[in-house]
Design a protein around this ligand. Sequence first.
Ligand SMILES: [Zn+2]
Length: 331
Amino acid sequence: MKTIIGVDVGGTWLRAARYDIDLKPQAHARNTSYPEKGKKPEGEEAARIVFERLVATIRTVIPERKEDVLGIGVVLPGPVDAKTGILIAPPNLPFRNAPIRQMLQDALDIPVFIGNDADLAGLAEHQHGAGAGSDVMIYITVSTGVGSGIIIHGEPFSGRGQGGEAGHIVVAPDGPMCSCGRQGHLEAVAAGSGMERIVKNRIAAGESSSILDLAGGDPVEIKAEMITRAAQQGDALGLEIITQAGRYLGIAIASLMVLFNPDKFVLGGGVTDAGDLLLKPMHAAIQKYAMNKLYWENTPIVMAKLDKDVGLIGAASLVKLRQMQGVRNEG
Ligand SMILES: [Zn+2]
């Protein structure tokens, strides 16, 4: 029986799963990215150790008859050049311009396909989740950061490798600094980390808010979910920040609508747990800023369906997609 292997590489966990051709899981494995004991390795030494642990994790789900595996899909954090198979510079892993696809293929002797985490989460939602059946779909996940996957006619779109990054489009040119070091990006005003930074600054400037009580009186402990909870209880600062995040998300979506004219948006990530507090100002901004209602009238914005396995399913979906296209090991 033919099988597919999905792999999710993160800064904390390495996960692998074997699926049948309909993506029903057959086996799971996971391991920490770094050894749990001793000093955390750095630089090239760290890259070698993480890679060895990755190969070992994948090996545990490879079936006895290796020739039954159609391919190994690998979800990687950070920018990926899918054409050359190079992992450019992930923020949470020690690889720098690593030819990761070739390295894995050499180690495992099975075709390997790689992609960026948000792109492949989008592909997973398109093939097996809330985006099923759509032609042009945009997936946006709002959690610690903002990630996006643009799926055009079933294919993840990332330009030359670094495109489709909705988290770093400019929505507030004079707004706060983004985690990427530039100013006014969507992530800086709508992601959990961005909201936390804004709230901490406002509280440091003397503003009072029940968010500080939820953090036990220590501003360092302020987390995005506390901002949401405070907003739900009517806290003025919490409401303002969530409303603002929703508005900026809507501004970004309005721009994506006129650029791509998608037939569906899929939203995921913990920040969307704020529900209508976030979504109402988002819809209001879309209707205010999109060029006309043809862009939003029949464009559903739905919640993501897939949960924690979205990366593994996205990785396996990529193998399926490439196999259908008859590609052996590109992209
Ligand atoms: Zn940015």
